[in-house]
Design a protein around this ligand. Sequence first.
Ligand code: ATP
Ligand code: MG
Length: 544
Amino acid sequence: MLKAAARYEEVLAAFSWQVPQRYNIGIDVCDRQDADALALIHEPEDGSVRRYSFGDIARQSNRLANALLAGGLRAGDRVGILLPQRPETAIAHVACYKAGLIAVPLFTLFGPEALEYRLGNAGCRALVTDTERLPVIEEIRPNLPDLSLVLAADAAKDGGFFRSLSTAMEQASDRFTPLDSAADDPALIIYTSGTTGQPKGALHAHRVLLGHLPGVEFPQEFFPQPGDLFWTPADWAWIGGLIDVLLPSWHHGVPVLSHRMRKFDPEHAFHLIAKHGVRNAFLPPTALKLMRQVENPKGRWDYAMRSIGSGGETLGAELLEWGQETFGLTINEFYGQTECNLVVGNCASILPVRPGAMGRAVPGHDVRIVDDSGNILPAGSVGNVGIRKGDPVMFLEYWRNPEATAAKFAGDFLLTGDQARQDGEGYFWFVGRVDDVITSSGYRIGPAEIEDCLLKHPAIAMAAVIGVPDPLRTEAVKAFLVAKPGVPADAGLAAEIQQFVKTRLAAHEYPRHVEFVDTLPMTATGKIMRRELRAKEIERQDRS
Ligand code: ATP
Ligand code: MG
């Protein structure tokens, strides 16, 4: 949707939304494409490789759409998709969109409680999954009265409460007339990561994909270009995998690499990029922090990437520099949230990157710093990141939660729940989630800047910063640190690190308390759950 130009202002001036009245994601990403063109390269865990054309995806999604309707589902019904990166996941999404069913992507990492909450909250009538997950579904099924159809990939034949996905598809026709949906009709419910509390189901319309395009094309340096091949280790159950990578690639007819990593393996990431000639990637900061620990990747693998985007958490100057060395390109940070994604970003070829800044508003999105009532604040002020209503990428509502939906808006703006500052040139600087901002001796401190500084210390692999209750200062800064392997994590190192931050940032920002840990609590999307660290800390103080 973006037209390439030499300057940001020119790209902005040339931009206009192209969102037709009637639009269906399934038709767009599949039926409309060249049937012979390559859509998917799938590498299962055994290292073999399978290729799928758009024609293959069209026929298989037609079969599944027919099977779902034959199973009693009707337009508007919800279908859970509980699968890792594999062809059936993409096929299930396309089938739902074409049939007017609402897709509910679910992480395979979820345990019974997390699954029961989401399947129950969304009222899913069908579930597409695989045999590995059948025991947990069997366990929670009695509590899910709406769930009447379970289709299992890898099942050779039907069982007690489930049907074999392949049998159901074989018995269905490979012809299907997709629903001529309105762009505003509901298409999917994606649950937020649950970093700050109980996850909320964000209901999105078909237009969400068109709304995402500028935010993908910008940080991926005017995606697509000839020869592009997109990959992300992020799960397709997350908006970052599904609508930032898989579906926009297919909208543009660009192939995607799919591979399931049970646990992110940074060496294997380099291997995959080199083996398949991956040109574009979305690599969340957590993945980059692990890849940064791999020694001498340039000497060990032969790769040539064209664009890398990162987002979901602060990228920081340290990873930016590492990206330059390792890939010879600038990792473009972007920012958004499940409810309204990819609205701020970098595009290094036309916007000089400012290390630490998330970038400028992506063309098409009106992003402002506003107060709690939705009034625009002057440049330089810290305030809420607000996105002006009427944006095609904006969600419809929180599923069955009108109170939360109403609370999300103020005046003309959606309030993201994040605090940031916009400088005179329009760059946004992330301060922190409203809940994560630390109040210490009258200062408001964002954890992001301190965490970035901590990562610059050669002994540190991961860092999380929170405020802990302090009688003198309201809150004091505390850092939880994961040391690199082989580094003795002792009092000497703690003191050295405190000094390191003091000399680089302001004196009031250095962590008065430092604790070394083996791991940090993270969501399934790899986000640090600072609220868990805070809760533990308060518990500890109560005990002492
Ligand atoms: P929940 O809303 O359930 O607490 P969540 O907000 O983590 O979970 P997501 O929608 O997956 O769920 O994450 C969006 C949030 O991630 C943003 O609101 C912001 O706090 C953070 N985020 C996204 N991009 C960036 C970025 N570039 N820098 C810093 N933080 C980011
Ligand atoms: Mg959120």
